[in-house]
Ligand binder design. Structure first.
Ligand code: UT7
Length: 350
């Protein structure tokens, strides 16, 4: 479906974009396709460095950097609702896409740390944005939640049930971290990132998603309702993470009708820099195609991919039309990979 002139909206600050080279997927996919048109990120102000952790844990900056790649993380203030961070990321994503809150049909927030057991975070985001016509729902798929939420948003758009969907990953992991456990305390951080998903006549859009789960491994990474602390068999999680992300990403690339050489940037859940490097290596991706920002934000679960997307664009590593491979793995086990084109068009159907 081509956008008519009245349906087209220009991005507020964007300059003319080049049409990306046609891909094989374009020949197979027809009709309205979902794509990403805006991105936003919000981090808490408070920085906790490895040196801060060394003051109260039996660890060292050298160990943390060598084994995880993390140098510092952001921690949310005790009295700050996570929904505030999420709303800020969503507002920035809307502005980036040249959209208003009134146009949003649905808000999907991926989180395992909502401010209250119920309601979830998404209804508060709708309220803060003034998104009066939006429906709102939280997704709980741990670190893979953003990929799941993006897949669901794409399905809403492509089925015609929604025209504009906000997808947000927001986490306050510091609230469910055992700060006395040196095996996990250094890993986690807080933050929120969001993208605007809408429809257009796109060549790739949200081109191929592969999702999976295996709850036989659920005891490897979990938080109990009573204790509310993340517990993890790090080595086992590490091993499974690489294998599942490699397999899912390879399949997603194939489903999108692409090859590994078509991928411009690999933006995976920032769990551990060694996991990222090993996964990229096994996929056959050169280091310059791997996005890494774990050094500054640590592991922010489902916020990590949209945070990394925002940073990659800010640093000039993501240009319109770029092919991005997303991948995440976490508690459940639940994992997912997706192939998306980055802001493939300036104009979208509405
Ligand atoms: O986001 C969801 C998915 N999560 C992940 O993907 C995380 C996956 N796992 C990991 O990233 C890594 O397993 C960790 C970073 C959590 C741990 O690294 P590791 O290289 O797997 O260490 P390990 O757990 O095998 O422990 C090795 C040693 C142990 O000492 P011994 O038993 O060999 O004497 C630990 O006690 O390192 C010790 N250790 C530490 N030493 C200093 C564990 N944590 C620390 C620490 N500082 N913070």
């Amino acid at each position: 479906m081509a956008a008519t002139a009245s349906e087209q909206r220009a991005r507020p600050t964007g300059s003319a974009q080049q049409s990306p080279a046609p891909h094989r997927a374009a020949q197979r996919r027809r009709g309205l396709q979902a794509g990403i048109f805006g991105v936003g990120a919000a981090l808490p102000e408070h920085v906790v460095t490895n040196a801060d952790l060394v003051e109260r844990l039996d660890t060292s900056d050298e160990w943390i950097v060598r084994r995880t790649g993390i140098r510092e993380r952001r921690i949310i203030a005790p009295d700050q609702p996570l929904s505030e961070l999420a709303a800020r990321a969503c507002a920035l994503a809307l502005e980036d896409a040249g959209r208003t809150a009134a146009e949003v049909d649905q808000i999907i927030v991926s989180t395992i740390t909502p401010d209250r057991v119920t309601p979830g975070v998404a209804p508060y985001v709708a309220l803060a944005l003034g998104a009066e016509h939006a429906s709102a729902v939280d997704v709980n798929a741990a670190c893979a939640g953003f990929v799941y939420a993006l897949d669901q948003a794409a399905a809403q758009i492509e089925s015609g049930r929604a025209r504009v969907v906000l997808v947000c990953g927001a986490e306050a992991l510091s609230r469910i971290t055992d700060h006395d456990d040196r095996g996990t305390a250094m890993l986690f951080g807080d933050g929120a990132g969001a993208v605007v998903v809408a429809g257009g006549e796109l060549e790739i859009g949200c081109g191929g998603f592969v999702l999976g789960t295996d709850a036989t491994q659920a005891d490897m990474l979990y938080a109990e309702r009573d204790e509310q602390k993340l517990r993890m068999e790090g080595r086992e999680v590490y091993r499974h993470a690489i294998a599942r992300m490699v397999a899912a990403t390879s399949e997603a690339i194939e489903r999108a009708g692409l090859t590994i050489d078509d991928v411009d940037l690999f933006v995976a859940h920032q769990a551990n820099v060694r996991i990222l490097t090993a996964t990229a290596n096994e996929l056959g991706l050169p280091p310059e195609k791997l996005m890494v920002n774990i050094d500054r934000v640590a592991n922010t679960s489902s916020a990590s991919i949209p945070l990394a997307l925002a940073e990659a664009e800010r640093d000039g590593r993501l240009k319109p039309g770029a092919i991005v491979a997303l991948s995440a793995f976490g508690a459940g086990f639940v994992w997912g990979s997706g192939i998306v084109s980055w802001k493939e068009r300036t104009h979208v159907c509405a």
